[in-house]
Design a protein around this ligand. Structure first.
Ligand SMILES: Nc1ncnc2c1ncn2[C@@H]1O[C@H](COP(=O)(O)OP(=O)(O)O)[C@@H](O)[C@H]1O
Ligand SMILES: [Mg+2]
Length: 244
């Protein structure tokens, strides 16, 4: 650890959440205990539907970011889909304010790109409308041209549009920005991003949040087994599901 973190911890007042609200039953909420951010990079990993995006969104909106993503200056709303989890979320901030910040969520990037065009601020993103770039190129423009360091960056599945080589570029970029006093909170399925140095990996499971080393994550093991013998894995999968 080389610099002070902007976000020190997150906690949830589980007991105040109405039992009728779906967030009450989310595995990530049910088994939540306070997370202390101890590294410049925190990575949430785990199966679909366990609540990673819901948690990351609650952290981001509690911090002051727009629910659909962007910098703290964005306040457009295409559709209200965010949960109420931020009302029950407690953040402890570090002593310094970040000079940059971004809530990047791959699923609503289209709306962010439109908003950037509407505001006429594409210069901050390299000068070309994100809509006139490939999906992956537009992601890279944000990470390489818009992010400038000394920042708090909250990223939800930033790998979604990126090729494996571009994911490696993103790993390099994250590392570069960490050296420029940045903090990242990331939800990802990418075994490449999971390998970021200086990262605390938190695996979300049905029974709780478990701190893991890279090679012990379920994602790493599944991919490792697959690549050991793709043909055999596919045959086994198809046999097991031959009735489908
Ligand atoms: N408005 C909603 N009403 C009921 N359930 C919802 C709503 N929005 C999301 N969910 C549920 O919350 C769960 C967690 O979603 P999400 O946080 O996106 O998971 P993850 O990012 O871990 O894949 C999902 O199973 C989803 O069905
Ligand atoms: Mg998600």
């Amino acid at each position: 650890m080389t610099h002070e973190l902007y976000l020190k911890s997150v906690d949830i007042n589980k007991h105040d959440i109405p039992h009728s609200d779906y967030i009450y039953d989310l595995p990530i909420v049910k088994n939540f205990s306070k997370i202390n951010f101890e590294f410049p990079i925190t990575i949430f990993v785990g199966e679909n539907g366990l609540g990673k995006s819901t948690l990351i969104e609650a952290i981001a909106t509690k911090y002051g970011f727009n629910a659909e993503g962007g910098s703290r200056n964005f306040n457009f709303h295409t559709r209200r889909t965010e949960s109420d989890l931020n009302e029950y979320t407690k953040l402890i901030r570090g002593p310094y304010m970040p000079r940059d910040g971004y809530f990047f969520r791959s699923e609503s990037m289209y709306n962010v790109a439109s908003n950037i065009d509407d505001l006429g601020i594409s210069d901050a993103y390299g000068g070309k409308s994100l809509h006139n770039q490939s999906h992956g190129e537009s992601f890279l423009s944000i990470f390489f041209k818009r992010f400038f360091g000394n920042g708090l960056y909250i990223l939800d599945e930033p790998e979604a549009a990126l090729s494996p080589v571009s994911q490696m570029s993103l790993l390099i970029r994250i590392n570069e920005l960490v050296k420029k006093n940045s903090q990242f909170i990331i939800a990802t399925h990418s075994p490449i991003l999971l390998a970021c140095p200086n990262a605390q990996i938190l695996e979300i499971t049905e029974s709780g949040i478990i701190e893991k080393s890279y090679q012990d994550t379920e994602h790493f093991r599944v991919m490792e087994n697959f690549f050991k013998d793709p043909k055999a894995t596919v045959s086994r999968l198809l046999e097991t599901n031959s009735d489908l």
